[in-house]
Design a protein. Structure first.
Length: 150
């Protein structure tokens, strides 16, 4: 075998060996057990604290708010869409309630002017043109937006 071919072959084998070693080192355990992913990630995710409770849980203690919401156009929105679900299943709401501030920015997330909203007739507009810098909740109740305080 010519020397140059031998060297080429040798470096080829060396590179392939290094490749295989690194591949073994970086591929996590359990990868590919079920498919093209790390099977252990299922257990990892199962171990995480579940924060989302669903409306029924909130309503079991806040029936009054639910009654109010059901009278108006925000009835389709679930509590945790607006109140970030952060109470641990074992923590009482009394200790760590998912409080939020009703600011212009908060309402604007859903009601500011947007072509997609326009297209489906969702109530959206230029926030500044509506009532200037006055905060929305000075007039609208967040749970029953047509319950105007004005
Ligand atoms: C085990 C009963 C219970 C459950 C379940 C519960 N809460 Fe509460 N929550 C309370 C109590 C008691 C208070 C404190 C008294 C109050 O202000 O009504 C409170 C307070 C709050 C407050 C703050 C009130 C304030 O004065 O600023 C918010 C917001 C709130 N809860 C939202 C929620 C949401 C959203 C859920 C569902 C994810 C939920 N709660 C589930 C019992 C509960
Ligand atoms: C459209 C968004 C939105 C939805 C949906 C919503 N909330 Fe609220 N909620 C708010 C805002 C904003 C405030 C804070 C108002 C403020 O700053 O005074 C608030 C305040 C509260 C408070 C404090 C006391 C009070 O009466 O204002 C409680 C308790 C509460 N929400 C519970 C709930 C529960 C339970 C649900 C589901 C049945 C729910 N909220 C759904 C936006 C929402
Ligand atoms: C998570 C999205 C969301 C947030 C946040 C939100 N809204 Fe709404 N809002 C809605 C939806 C959905 C409707 C119902 C639209 C429909 O039925 O066409 C609605 C309807 C309304 C309406 C009635 C509009 C009409 O055409 O009759 C008013 C007023 C309103 N919201 C005010 C507010 C105010 C004030 C805030 C802040 C406290 C707020 N909204 C926050 C989603 C939101
Ligand atoms: C000074 C009181 C006041 C303030 C502040 C206010 N609104 Fe209104 N809003 C009203 C009144 C009154 C109406 C009904 C007549 C009108 O459109 O002016 C209304 C109507 C609406 C509508 C229905 C519009 C439609 O065309 O169907 C939405 C949605 C709304 N407001 C959201 C908001 C949001 C979001 C904010 C904060 C950025 C806000 N409002 C601030 C008093 C107020």
């Amino acid at each position: 075998m010519p020397k140059i071919i031998f060297r080429l072959l040798l470096s080829f084998i060396v590179f392939v060996t290094i490749f295989i070693v690194i591949k073994q080192l970086v591929i996590p355990n359990s990868f590919g057990d079920y498919g093209h992913y790390r099977a252990n990630s299922i257990d990892d995710n199962k171990g995480r604290t579940l924060y989302f409770k669903g409306d029924e849980k909130c309503i079991s203690c806040h029936q009054d708010i639910n009654d109010l919401i059901n009278t108006d156009l925000h009835s389709e929105i679930s509590c945790e869409t607006c109140h970030p679900p952060k109470i641990d299943a074992d923590t009482d709401c009394k200790v760590n309630p998912p409080k939020i501030k009703g600011t212009i920015e908060f309402c604007a997330q859903c009601h500011t002017k947007n072509a997609a909203r326009e297209a489906i007739g969702f109530p959206n507009f230029d926030i500044k043109e509506h009532k200037g810098d006055q905060n929305c909740i000075e007039c609208h109740n967040p749970h029953a937006p047509w319950e105007l305080k004005e």
